[in-house]
Write a protein that binds this ligand. Structure first.
Ligand SMILES: [Zn+2]
Length: 62
């Protein structure tokens, strides 16, 4: 179990709903893009060790 690094992510509050978590990419170029996207959504910087739910994963890869 874990939680999405985005503070207001709905996946973190839906206890009965299962969702997949993804670790951040190892490629530094892609990682930077993800952090840019996620930091905007989150309202503050995210940690490199963070994981994201499938919702925000899709946001990053789309
Ligand atoms: Zn999320």
């Amino acid at each position: 179990m874990g939680r999405c690094c985005v503070i207001n992510c709905s996946s973190n509050t839906q206890k009965n709903k299962k969702f997949s978590l993804f670790t951040l990419p190892k490629n530094p170029i892609i990682l930077k893009e993800w952090i840019n996207i996620l930091s905007k959504v989150n309202g503050k910087d995210i940690l490199l060790t963070s994981r994201v739910c499938e919702l925000h994963f899709n946001l990053c890869v789309s």
